[in-house]
Design a binder for this molecule. Sequence first.
Ligand code: G3I
Length: 581
Amino acid sequence: MKRIMLLSILFSLFIFDVNSQRLTLNDFEDYSIGTPLTMKTPSGSISTESTAVVTVDPEDPNNKVLMVTTNNWNTFIEILLPESLTGAMLSDQYEMISFDLYRPDDDPSDWKKFEIYSGSVNLYTDGIYPYQGDKGSWQDKRYYIGETTSSSRYIYLGFNSNNSICYIDNIVLYTPKYSYDYTDPEQTPRYWADLMGKNIGVAITPGQLDYVSDRRTLSISRNFNMIVAENCMKWYATEPSRDEFSWENSDKLYNFAQSNNMKLRGHALVWHSQLPSWVSSDGIENDNNWTKAELLDILKNHITQIVSRYKGKIVEWDVINECLDDNQWKIKANPDNGEYILRENSIWTKVIGESFIDSAFVWAHRADPDAKLYINEYNAEHWSGDKTKALYYLVKRLKESGVPIDGVGLQAHLTLGKVTATDITITFNRYNRLGLNSIITELDIPIPIEQSGLSSAYKQQAADFKIISDLVASKDNSPSLLVWGLTDNDSWLNTDKRGEPLLLNKDYDAKPAFTAVLESFRKKVLETGLCNPVEYVGPQKEYVNVYTITGFKVALGIHRSELRNLPSGLYIIDGRKEIIN
Ligand code: G3I
């Protein structure tokens, strides 16, 4: 009877505003001091040794909080979800849970593992036993929750510890939109990519850089550490008339990258598309009647001028873009014969033949020997695809001929629900064995128009993005992942009745796909204990987060002036390796 009464009190205390993007599960204000809450294991047994009791905030006599004492492993606070909400619905609508945590001076354990369950299904577990922050002040804890089909009406949350005393307040669930704060480095993929030593990049247009300090430009510089020109460094834009180069827009991108500690990627030196009419009216016909020697000369001049102007400034180039035919019938006939078919509908193949590829790499390498040089292609991600094998055979031929190629750019214009980790892994491994990189250069995964607005579609998109980001995070020969546009509104697919293919929605808010990439990188960093940290070069903060060199949290949000109080040693401070003496 007492238990039923307690549950009905709990029930009435949920604050659920349907128009809100956040759901407060409990702030304990409507309880009487001394009210106990149930502590249970996720499988249902009640703990009598661990307790949760509503009490007065140790810092504010007018606020009520929950004092949680755990004396045995695997016991958590039981919370009934608001009416009609189940675990499945919770994981469908919300992506993050937060609460305030206060550790009193007598809390015996600094390192404890946070866990959350829907019924008996785990939604989140810390991969390690993290440092839970300094005693004596309230901290904000945030955790991304996983997916479940559980029909349970209860969640269980807390620290899996047999030795812990803490206060908890304001347990809140956040929808994806609400949970993303791009001014906090840890909520941006860039932060974790910097720590991994990977490039996370985005294709942009010069016009997007006209809004200084606006959310538009900040969304670029905070979330990404690399940019690539979506169009403005292509031939039609850089050499509109023969030997007359236009640098204004590429300089604009370079300056933006410089002032935000980002890298600039070059796209694309040789492509049959987006050529100026003085080269070819449609990229296919030789309607200016160039001889092979003349066209080679034109090609050499274009590559040399651009690559040498940005020598040391553009770190990697797509030297060749989309040179293969879509129909690789020879491979279909015999996948192992090593044959590939070049795109016939290209002025370069038609007039020069295959050697334009070898020559382009050599000229680019001469102009900047330190730049990494790539061949870029679409539909070449899944090893089972004919074009993937064709690209591999071409690249193998180039490598064996001594052509200075560093890797392949897999564009990754992918199809929702058709991204297969094992199949793409084979491709990455094949290039690895050739001693070459395989990077993702133009990732987007559109949602078919008829599925727009369905949460299942955004979840599928997140799962597909996760496959790609997990792969990049785990493969040493994959240093870069670039998405082809900033927001869904900016995408080239936006006009094609296929939409919302990117990480941010039209309002610059994070989609589940954004969170999936962020989590994939974050998990990798934490799991590997920051074993390969590089200098974090993003925006600096006055208040910083401090980790041990192996990835354990030491303190969150402390002022830089307090760093001198840390015990001597090597730390990761705001993403940077620093020695404190
Ligand atoms: O600049 C003109 C503008 O003056 C004119 O008013 C307007 C009218 O249509 O067109 C503008 O040019 C457009 C250009 O983008 C710049 O916005 C072209 O029509 C349009 O076709 C062009 O599309 C680009 C496409 O490459 C060209 O093939 C897309 O933005 C760009 O995202 C896309 O990127 C390619 C990669 O380079 C290679 N891999 C595939 C990827 C997607 O197609």
